[in-house]
Design a protein around this ligand. Sequence first.
Ligand code: FES
Ligand SMILES: [Fe+2]
Length: 345
Amino acid sequence: MQQDKLWNDWHPVCKAEELKDDPKQVHVLGERVVIFRNQKGVHAFKDLCIHRGAALSLGKVVDGKLVCAYHAWEYDEKGTCVKIPALPCKRPIPKKARATVYHCKEYLGLIWVNLGDEPAPLISYPEYDKEGFHTIICGPYDVKANAPRIIENFLDVSHLMFVHEGMLGDADHAEVVDYDVNFIDGRFITSKIPVYQPNSDGRSKGGYTDYVYEILSPTIARFTKTTEGSDEEFTILVAVNQEDHEQTSVFMLLTRNYDLDAPDEPFREFQDTIFYQDLDIVESQKPELLPLDLQAEMHLKSDALTIAYRRWLDELGIENGTMPIDEAKRNKLKKNSKTEELQPS
Ligand code: FES
Ligand SMILES: [Fe+2]
């Protein structure tokens, strides 16, 4: 896939608790990646043994080394091949015998991979460690759609009343008030957007809820819901891994500062229900690549946040999962606007 800005971004690939003794194959931006854990932490390599191209993820971790299943070459966490069983004694291991190493981190209960040479900083999610707050992880949900379509769906206020009617919205309260979108500290953030919700988080409590959305990166967004007169906060962080063309996996962190002793399962089940309500819609959207040319689809004022998102993806030059603006058209628009400027008023 394209080596755009996403190449230097961090992508969530699995829940940290799922990476145990065995290596695991994951996909990021079309790359086949193996992740594994040893005493020194978590590690990611291109999932390919340089000897005969076998997937290293078929192997196992022995004494902290990743051992290929085919001829048992052993790689340490730096990707250096430290043992070739077929090599007669004392013959040195060729320097070229290396695995391609990617950046890998355990963070927010997930394993994150970064393919780039100049990794961007990891996003911050302060609620995760905040006292009095509790986070659960939902997903990963497999979706046959590109990451920008999924992020847009998450940022879309005006569908709540229809796709999630009776839960996150009510068709008789479908109007979306005007709201602001600002770019502060490297991320987009909205003003409070009030939404009438019959059952906002599965507890069947109806009323107006205020949403504040943020776009943290091209593939990561969040919102926090609060209610006037209440200290309760509910936040969802969504992080999408663009595995390959039109194939994504979606992780959601749900954080609450109430009902801390209540079981997590109902919250998780509620989120699963909400997610699967969106799934058919998102997988049905055409074109599959998000059009960055704003003239390609229609927009309302209530779409201000997703308009800002599309413009930002264009500015960043994101080509994975998007349909960039046709250069010829862009030049023509520029030329026309110049001509207009030159005309006498
Ligand atoms: S293919 Fe991996 S050791 Fe031969
Ligand atoms: Fe939705």
